[in-house]
Design a protein around this ligand. Structure first.
Ligand SMILES: Cc1ncc(COP(=O)(O)O)c(C=O)c1O
Length: 434
């Protein structure tokens, strides 16, 4: 539908929440999308984090078509071998003790289900409390409980008690560039991890049942915890029998150069949540837990109509796992991510407004700041987003202060596209940094 801009603006009035309406995207292949007028953009967002295997990967498209000819939905009380074998494949990929999967439709549902399961497990095992620990700057979705877990205040503004939940407390984020404890990174002994232990005495009502966090915080501004942060926190969780849930909705399935980002830290979480990339563009999410967690629910405790039953998502999930393996995409994420980081670090030398560049694999962010004091510059970030768009790439601002530019392209992005994207960002920086 190639409508003129004014007609597109009118159509937008039929939607509840107005998004960016220009460009209106009409097609995509690999790391490139095209708008209604046929103009091409390098996609540096991927959805965010959805199109890891690229837009309309032929194998995903074929799998969906084949499945559509056979069966769309398994009726509620029945099973499908395809669903169970996808669960088995996710368990093989996650490794360690992670064994039983619950399938959902989205990231928010995955976080919600993981917490529900952890609380049921806490009750089964005689815990005297249902405290939930999350992280400041963390993000877990926009439904009520996931929003309560989210540690970014602006996401909750103007909604009264929606986005609050009894027993949720937030620990300081391991955000070294803006240390919440005002300590010197490298000389701090990762004190922010110790705070989790202190909070058990001071802030958690009763006993803590579960801690949920992203191994690398995406929406919060691509915050990469230092290497010893997660091992320290995991030890605290083990000591206090707190279920550790790693939210891998954004970082999972090769994006950071590992199958799951918690593997960077050598962790053994009790539950891992996932969504986005696994569906290859079709809604699919879920969580995988240890045998103990995965058997906490009684039959009927937890269910959703589509998750495990919608065979289009399940078929897409199988195709995505094939592609991740066959095209060695986690290795590509590592290689292309290194090129991206190097390119951005050389831009940082030219443009003092680039305050910090960080990331792992193809989960990258850079902060725009004004000196002195690393003052966040969200206005410049928005301007940069627009300038990048004008030059033919999609990029988005994120973080609690709105000053982080996030780069999470399809993992199939080609070297030439990475080089072009870095050039575009450089030209855009020159345009805004007057
Ligand atoms: C880490 C994380 N968890 C959960 C979500 C929510 O996912 P969804 O939008 O599919 O509900 C997101 C979305 O960006 C996310 O990044």
């Amino acid at each position: 539908m190639d409508e003129p801009a004014s007609a597109r603006a009118k159509l937008n009035e039929f939607l509840v929440v107005n998004q960016n309406i220009e460009p209106c995207l009409a097609s995509g292949r690999g790391a490139e999308v095209r708008d209604e007028q046929g103009r091409a953009y390098i996609d540096l967002e991927a959805g965010p984090g959805v199109a890891s295997v690229g837009h309309c990967h032929p194998k995903v498209v074929q799998a969906i078509k084949d499945q559509a000819d056979r069966l769309l939905q398994v009726p509620g009380r029945y099973h499908s071998v395809r669903t169970m074998s996808l669960a088995q494949r996710i368990s093989d990929l996650a490794g360690g003790r992670l064994r039983r999967t619950f399938f959902a439709n989205s990231g928010a549902e995955s976080a919600d289900g993981a917490i529900k399961c952890s609380l049921k497990h806490a009750a089964n095992s005689g815990k005297k409390g249902f405290g939930i620990i999350a992280l400041e700057h963390g993000f877990h979705g926009r439904l009520s409980l996931p929003l309560a877990l989210t540690g970014i205040a602006k996401q909750k503004r103007g909604m009264g008690p929606y986005g609050t939940f009894p027993g949720v407390v937030h620990a300081p984020a391991p955000y070294c560039y803006r240390c919440p404890l005002k300590l010197d990174p490298g000389k701090c002994g990762t004190a922010c991890a110790d705070v989790v232990e202190d909070m058990l005495q001071t802030r958690v009502p009763g006993e803590a049942a579960v801690m949920i966090a992203e191994p690398i915080l995406g929406v919060g501004g691509v915050i990469v915890p230092p290497d010893d942060y997660w091992p320290k926190v995991q030890a605290i969780c083990k000591r206090h029998r707190i279920t550790l849930v790693m939210d891998e909705v954004f970082a999972g399935f090769g994006r950071t150069g590992y199958d799951f980002a918690h593997q960077h830290y050598g962790l053994e979480p009790d539950i891992v949540t996932f969504a986005k990339a696994i569906g290859g563009g079709v809604p699919l999410g879920g969580f995988i837990g240890t045998e103990e967690l995965g058997t906490a629910f009684e039959p009927g405790d937890h269910f959703t109509t589509y998750g495990a039953k919608n065979q289009i998502g399940i078929a897409a999930g199988h195709a995505v796992l094939d592609i991740l393996r066959d095209e060695a995409l986690k290795d590509r994420a590592r290689e292309q991510g290194a090129v991206f980081l190097e390119g951005l670090r050389s831009l940082q030398k030219r443009f003092p407004v680039v305050g910090d560049v960080r990331g792992r694999g193809l989960m990258i962010g850079f902060e725009l700041v004004r000196d002195p004091g690393r003052t966040p510059a969200p206005d410049l970030a928005k301007a940069l987003e627009r300038e990048v768009l004008k030059r033919g790439a999609l990029i988005s601002t994120t973080g609690a202060y709105g000053n982080v530019l996030r780069i999470t392209p399809p993992l199939v992005i080609e070297s030439g596209q990475v080089e072009r994207a870095i050039r575009i960002i450089g030209d855009a920086l020159a345009a805004v940094n007057v």
